[in-house]
Design a protein around this ligand. Sequence first.
Ligand code: DGL
Length: 279
Amino acid sequence: MDKLLQSDKGPIGVFDSGYGGLTILSEFLKDFPEYDFIYLGDNARTPYGTRSFEMVYQYTRQAVMHLFERGCQLVILACNTASAKALRTIQQKDLLSFDSSRRVLGVVRPSVEKIGDVSRNGHVGVVGTSGTVVSLSYPLEVQKLFPGTIVHQQACPMWVPLVENDERNTPGADYFVERDLKRLFEQDVEIDTLILGCTHYPLLLPVIERFIPRHVKVVSQGPIVSGSLRNYLHRHPEMDGRCTRNGTCEFLTTEDPSKFNEASAVFLDQPVASRRIEL
Ligand code: DGL
């Protein structure tokens, strides 16, 4: 690993267990073309969604430290599972021991803030990985911000492997998406807002839309998280000043770079030349 960068400026780090965070990064690249970014996908150890709290925390912590050592002052966990299982401990414990001026932000809170604008009847459905669902991060955060809202969740453990293995446009994807959405809506037919609580799921949106009632609004995280970053940088000019601006984007993966380059091209409007790193 590179030596610790002493600079107090650097790119914005974007982390996900695999490709899902690219749905967030692509919005950042549109909205912040002048900023520098480093994307890190832990493709070798994906999926995180079925792993224990301890493993998700350890893996996420390693990734965040790696991005810090590359100079990032601000890291976005573009992964709900990592946000649900690791963010708080990293914020409360690891930042203090590493460098309390750096920041790590997640994707759960910005998504929950959005439902106030979207749901008309206060019945919300959340789809996510088993890890995100078991953590209860969404229901707890919703109750904090919008008490009285009725939240039902459905774990969709097959959806991430479908995306990671480029099986999105297959009968297999149709089968699992239809099955899991049916299970969600059987819990509450009044759901009018569906939160895609996993950054991989927007990649399945055309399939998802075929299996939900027409009136249901889908909350997809990319634009929301990007808007929230804009707001954060506006409210924290000292951090904004520590984000470098040369319009660059670097890609790191823990798996085979050529596989990453090929798969990423599907999600981003730019050629990707990634490098392999070890965490
Ligand atoms: N993209 C991640 C999320 O938002 C999950 C993927 C995984 O299971 O590794 O939850």
